[in-house]
Design a protein around this ligand. Structure first.
Ligand code: GAP
Length: 466
């Protein structure tokens, strides 16, 4: 990589630990079941994390459903008829290459081992690859087995009897719920092509090498949209969705230089994809997928039609044709997106000789929009005024009161969790009915009438929301 290579970009945060420890300390993300030693690759969202993630999902829904006429929402079940996953190809093909160490029996995803960075998907399927490259266990140096395919779907049993006939899968993607409901949605909404179905919800994958905090988990959420088009429109539609999805990340503050597109090589494509382009982000651990855009052609609907016997064709009244629509999918996730917003907004600055940590989150994503702070918590009239302002603000937004430290420290605490505005009530406020509104990023302060605070914050939110 040369110095002027656009891929040669420093991450927003050099060390992932900075974000992991901030997340734990301030209540964004906790390790799951921590009092029992934790469970690998499952994370719990704390009081601030759940606000951030809900805001990410809301922002996605706004851009994908609310602001568009041709996309509608759906919330399908996590458990589906098991035939869905046979038909979709996931039972046969949704797998990663697994190698096992002969001495410590640790298991690794082959393409996550050091020295495999440049391997093609064909190489990764080659049974002699471990021997050919002389790969060893990265923990104890022991010999590794040849790769075998490991299916990523979790299985469970439906009903009281644990037998093969009762096996069901936890969905590994939300997409199939949209495909099996294609006719229901199309007929109930009377949508004409092109139209889309958007879903947000949990998915599960028994990942071989989960890790990097919430980047790769075994239980996670997806935000996926399936766009149904005439076959000849699929290529053009695919290209149109690339900048739209890129713009969604930059609209909410991600630095464009830390984003790039990467097209999948033909031998790397998922079993359903005709073409795939990832939007990648420069994480502290390298360039990694943030979201995938896929041209799935008629793969899913044709297979479901053949396996179910249901006619899934679309009738185009304009041309009097019956055909299976093609699908362009945008597939992202609120965990990876929230993680990206956290990393990319993290700043360390020096203010009057002291370190200030700021999460410069877009106000629409910030867990609290505003904090109400008393300059003197020992004056009951000041505290009462704070609570009146707080109650007014809470009618429209997440707002918080804090009086557990001196004002300078209270500001720093709000900066560190990304609260865009603080409202301070002081002794003068009791006389003139005015309060100070302090801006997180510029640290400028403005004096406004207490009864105008809610309107002023709503106006500021509306101005940045666009
Ligand atoms: N329906 C297509 C599909 O599932 P994918 O690229 O496998 O495509 C889409 O997943 C998105 O789901 C990813 O870009 C990522 O944001 C999220 N995702 C997938 N696996 C994940 C995991 N193990 N942990 C967190 N997020 C994950």
């Amino acid at each position: 990589m040369t110095a002027d290579d656009p891929n040669n970009v420093a991450p927003a945060v050099a060390n992932l630990e900075t974000i992991v420890s901030l997340s734990k300390r301030r209540g964004f993300v906790f390790p799951s079941s921590e009092i029992y030693g934790g469970i690998n690759a499952v994370w719990d969202y704390g009081p601030l994390g759940v606000e951030l993630k809900n805001n990410v999902k809301r922002a996605w829904w706004r851009a994908m459903v609310q602001e568009r006429d041709e996309i509608v929402g759906l919330d399908a079940g996590i458990l589906m008829h098991p035939q869905v996953w046979l038909t979709s190809g996931h039972v046969a093909s949704f797998s990663d290459p697994l190698v096992e160490c002969a001495t410590d029996h640790r298991r690794f995803r082959l393409d996550e081992l050091p020295g495999t960075e440049e391997l093609s998907a064909t190489d990764l399927r080659d049974p002699s690859i471990v021997q050919r490259l002389g790969l060893r266990c990265p923990v104890d140096g022991g010999p590794l087995s040849p790769p075998r395919r490991f299916n990523l779907m979790f299985k469970t049993y439906m009903g009281p009897v644990e037998e093969d006939a009762a096996i069901v899968y936890l969905r590994p993607e939300t997409a199939q719920g949209s495909y099996v409901n294609f006719k229901n949605v199309q007929q109930s909404t009377r949508k004409k092509l092109p139209f889309g179905i958007a879903q947000v919800g949990k998915s599960f994958r028994n990942e071989i090498s989960p890790g990097n905090f919430v980047f790769r988990m075994r239980e996670f959420e997806q935000m996926e949209m399936q766009y149904f088009v005439r076959p000849e429109e699929a290529a053009r539609t695919f290209e149109a969705w690339l900048p739209r999805r890129w713009d969604w990340y930059t609209r909410y503050g991600v630095t464009p230089e830390r984003l790039r597109f990467r097209e999948h090589a033909p031998d790397e494509l998922a079993h359903y994809a005709k073409k795939a382009v990832d939007i990648e982000y420069r994480f502290p651990f390298g360039w990694k997928e943030l979201e995938g855009i896929h041209n799935r052609a008629d793969f899913d609907l044709s297979n479901h039609q053949a396996a179910s016997g249901e006619n899934l064709e679309y009738f185009d009244p304009a041309t009097a044709e019956h055909f299976i629509p093609w699908i362009v999918e945008t597939a992202g996730g609120p965990d990876r997106a929230a993680f990206t917003f956290l990393i990319d907004s993290y700043r360390e600055e020096e203010v009057r000789g002291e370190k200030r940590v700021v999460l410069a989150l877009h106000p629409a994503l910030a867990p609290y929009k505003v904090a109400v702070l008393p300059l003197l918590k020992k004056r009951p009239e000041i505290v009462d005024m704070c609570h009146r302002i707080l109650a007014d603000l809470k009618r429209d937004m997440m707002a918080v009161y804090d009086d557990t430290a001196a004002i300078g420290k209270l500001y720093r605490r709000q900066d560190e969790i990304g609260t865009p505005w603080c409202v301070t009530v002081d002794v003068e406020s009791l006389e003139d009915g005015a309060v100070t509104v302090r801006d997180r990023d510029s640290m400028t302060q403005e004096r406004i009438a207490a009864e105008g605070v809610r309107r002023a914050i709503l106006d500021r939110l509306a101005a940045v929301q666009g």
